[in-house]
Design a protein around this ligand. Structure first.
Ligand code: UN1
Length: 507
């Protein structure tokens, strides 16, 4: 059944008011377009250099106070934020659909990912463990302690407009660091709404310092300003490899630390023993879900030659059946691409496949009459007789390349033969293949899965990848250590001064 929704602009106004984002310029600021119909949702005001300076200075002041608040008490703020997020979940998810075009279930999943990382960070706030280390000198004690680092800049992308910020922010806050958030120009509204939700947690917490969390709205220059600022010891940036290549040297030049989560070009190997019905569901979700606009989206399918026709046919049929449309409708599984540029990149990538000897099915633009300014597409399957240069490039769209393989080592070599190294998976019931894929000689990615797709990771693991993906790790495991500075301390409780390594220096 089709539900009647207000226009995206009216819907966004309603949801923003419910979330507590009230002071938006009526016009005159920067227009924010929504992908559902391509119309302007509202306007926002960008921060100028003076406003950015004031926010960074406030974050530095907040750091002085926040770093000495006991970590479990800092965790209490994140616990309250998690409570507020639970209450705001339906509205924030609706805004994610309106601004990023995600289907309702994935938008709700994104907010759930924020709630999950809150819970993780609250637990972590009592477990920022250091070490005691055996000293070689008598009467000496050595220990390693983790201290707060300083203001952290988080530069986030449109495709996970709120969850990836939350991965960073929740860890940073319990680690004792203020957070400066520069969201994508394409998704400022979800950032303002999340900030309003955080303000409610801060009000309940009562004594958090002013300036502990802020949002900086702006374009590339705003991000570069933060990257250059020596007062910001850590810059965590998610986006394209091109963005990372521009940003990372600015941070490195001043010896800042960066966490980079850049391009992915994720593959699945389908082996002869694979459970094909499982594989098909994993393929369609990870290739077409989020309209192929996850860093972890499946872009390359490496299928045993005995199965390649069968698997390709089944994927084509599933792509044809996928309900495409307004992501707010319960039955929709594929919403719009973010904008015209994304559609143009999709078309160009399909042309490259054809130019390199491949064939493409699907890929048509849909719903043009209803939404001439929005970009809905049928997912595309590109079949290649052998690996070609088009396999090496990431296109942020639902375009899945298929290539056959003959033996398993060749499949692993094809999987690894790309500049990116984020996520990977194998569908197999052969333990030698599964373990080989996860071994030192297997997948070279930060994420390697068996019998699930490459996308949809849980927050408990470290998230990120190698090579042009940038090498950063966010979210779970011990990613928190990057948000703190490590201090090694040696205490001499003897009356003598023995030197390490047996050095003698008698005065
Ligand atoms: C991203 O696309 O930048 O693993 C993040 C996933 C999500 C996060 C993706 N949990 O697909």
């Amino acid at each position: 059944m089709t539900q009647a929704f207000p226009t995206p602009a009216a819907h966004a106004r309603e949801v923003l008011a419910k979330l507590g984002v009230l002071a938006l310029p009526a016009d005159g600021g920067q227009p924010v377009r929504g992908p559902i119909d391509g119309a302007i949702l509202t306007h926002v005001a960008y921060d100028d250099a003076r406003e950015i300076e004031a926010k960074v200075a406030a974050a530095c002041r907040a750091f002085e106070a926040w770093r000495v608040v006991p970590a479990p008490r800092r965790g209490e703020l994140v616990r309250l934020f998690g409570e507020e997020l639970r209450a705001a979940k339906p509205d924030l998810a609706a805004l994610v659909s309106l601004e990023a075009g995600k289907i309702a279930s994935e938008a709700a999943g994104e907010v759930q990912e924020m709630i999950d990382i809150c819970d993780f960070a609250v637990g972590l706030s009592r477990q920022l463990h250091g070490l005691t280390i055996a000293s070689e000198r008598p009467g000496h004690a050595m220990r390693e302690t983790w201290h707060p680092l300083g203001p952290v800049a988080v530069i986030s992308a449109f495709n996970f407009p709120v969850a990836v910020w939350a991965w960073n922010a929740c860890l940073a806050l319990v680690c004792g660091d203020p957070v400066i958030w520069k969201p994508s120009e394409k998704t400022p509204l979800t950032a303002l709404a999340t900030h309003a939700v955080l303000q409610r947690a801060l009000a309940r917490f009562e004594d958090a310092p002013e300036g502990l969390a802020c949002v900086v709205l702006g374009g590339r220059d705003a991000g570069e300003r933060l990257a250059r600022d020596p007062r910001i010891p850590l810059v965590s940036a998610t986006g394209s490899t091109r963005m990372g290549k521009a940003l990372a040297p600015l941070v490195a030049e001043r010896f800042g630390r960066s966490i980079l989560e850049l391009g992915g070009n994720n593959a699945m190997i389908v082996a002869p023993s694979a459970d094909l019905s499982l594989a098909l569901r994993a393929i369609v979700f990870s290739a077409a879900g989020t309209a192929g606009q996850r860093c972890t989206s499946l872009r390359r399918l490496i299928v045993h030659e005995s199965l390649v026709d069968k698997v390709s046919g089944a994927v084509e049929a599933a792509f044809q059946r996928l309900p495409v449309g307004d992501p707010r409708q319960a039955k929709t599984l594929l919403g719009p691409l973010i904008d015209r540029a994304a559609y143009e990149a999709f078309v160009e990538a399909m042309n490259q496949v054809r130019a390199e000897g491949g064939s493409v099915s699907g890929g048509e633009r849909l719903l043009i009459d209803e939404h001439p300014d929005a970009f809905y597409v049928r997912p595309a399957l590109a079949r290649l007789p052998a690996p070609a240069p088009c396999l090496r490039r990431e296109t942020f769209a639902p375009l899945l390349h298929v290539v056959p393989y003959t033996d398993f080592d060749e499949a692993v070599a094809i999987q690894n033969d790309v500049p990116q190294g984020l996520s990977s998976c194998v569908m197999t019931n052969d333990v030698r293949e599964a373990e080989g894929f996860l071994s030192a000689a297997g997948s070279d990615c930060g994420i390697a899965n068996v019998n699930i797709g490459p996308s949809g990771a849980e927050i408990g693991g470290a998230f990120g990848g190698e090579k042009e993906t940038g090498g950063g790790r966010e979210s779970g495991s011990d990613s928190w250590k990057q948000y703190m500075r490590r201090q090694t301390a040696t205490v001499n409780y003897s009356g003598a001064l023995p030197l390490a390594q047996g050095v003698r220096f008698d005065l």
